[in-house]
Write a protein that binds this ligand. Structure first.
Ligand SMILES: [Zn+2]
Length: 311
């Protein structure tokens, strides 16, 4: 018997990946397309459709039921299968689930097609829980630190989606009720202090001229630059407060941190862990662990896990 496979689709702001994945998490075949993010809605979808069509023959071989998982930037509305990703301006209320369903159903005759949709932070958490840094625990928080701050949680071995699919929105919880207004409309959100561009902007305000991105800033911190060390410390304190709040609320003891900024390693993890001691103070989170992500493609593999989780 041919082992069951699913279709995983990871729609990012710069690239679209679609893959046939088996139950062990092995990517059997993959199609990549650049994301034409500045084009109109249909042009963006054509890139998704073309990637999916490139996999249909492999996907339909030996199985009549097709399960699909889609990872995309939020906000999403999972009950209706529509998305308005922050990094793809042309898609507002775009019916991605129905459109992908249509492409596959038209090729699958009478076979059943099931499509599940989740935010990229949720898929990151699912991927790291299934095959990555948190595969030994039942409950975990996944956190992506890059140009934004995203997240998701697996609780008792199930993705915690919330009502609309936007649960555990770690970038936009307030860690400073008197802080400046955030782009989301709130005040003092974690993302305002901890995201890569915010760290760089803070360093520049203090006179740092060592570069224009977080990679340069973390490299400077590693070399001992006092401004770089200071702003990262400040940002990681804000992030630590947000992580501790979330972990305390959800009663979770393992956080997996990934994303571009986190790849700088100990210059990020050290201050984050130190500040966590100040906020994760209740007994059930006193041993809160922050682990580095281990998967290169957690979002894609998380989309596969999402697909497998469907009946
Ligand atoms: Zn916000």
């Amino acid at each position: 018997m041919v082992s069951e496979t699913v279709l995983a689709i990871d729609i990012g702001g710069t690239k679209i990946a679609a893959a046939v994945v088996d139950a062990e998490g092995t990517v059997l075949t993959e199609q990549l397309r650049p994301t034409p993010a500045s084009e109109d809605a249909e042009v963006v979808f054509e890139a998704v459709e073309s990637a999916v069509r490139g996999l249909l023959a492999d996907l339909l071989a030996g199985q009549d039921r097709i399960r699909v998982g889609i990872s995309t930037a939020g906000p999403i509305d999972s009950p209706t299968g529509t998305i308005s990703p922050v990094n793809i301006g042309a898609w507002r209320g775009f019916a991605i689930s129905a459109r992908v369903h249509q492409v596959i159903a038209s090729a699958n005759g009478d076979g059943a097609v099931r499509v599940a949709l989740a935010g990229d932070g949720h898929c990151f958490a699912l991927g790291e829980h299934w095959l990555g840094a948190a595969r030994d625990v039942d409950s975990m928080i996944g956190l992506v630190l890059s140009t934004g701050v995203g997240g998701g949680a697996v609780l008792n071995n199930r993705l915690f989606t919330g009502t609309t699919g936007n649960a555990v929105h770690l970038g936009h919880i307030s860690v400073n009720a008197w802080g400046p207004r955030c782009v989301c409309g709130g005040h003092g959100c974690t993302e305002m202090y901890a995201r890569g561009p915010a760290l760089v902007a803070a360093a520049r305000r203090l006179g740092w001229v060592g570069g224009d991105d977080a990679r340069a800033l973390t490299a400077a911190a590693r070399a001992g630059d006092e401004i770089a060390v200071g702003v990262i410390d400040h940002g990681m304190r804000a992030l630590a407060a947000g992580i501790a709040t979330t972990a305390t609320e959800l009663d979770v003891a393992v956080v997996v941190l990934g994303g571009g900024v986190s790849r700088a390693g100990e210059v990020i993890f050290n201050p984050l862990r130190r500040h966590l001691l100040d906020f994760a103070v209740l007994g059930h989170v006193a041993d809160l662990e922050v682990r580095a992500a281990t998967l290169e493609t957690a979002g894609l593999l998380g989309a596969a896990a999402l697909a497998f989780s469907q009946e």
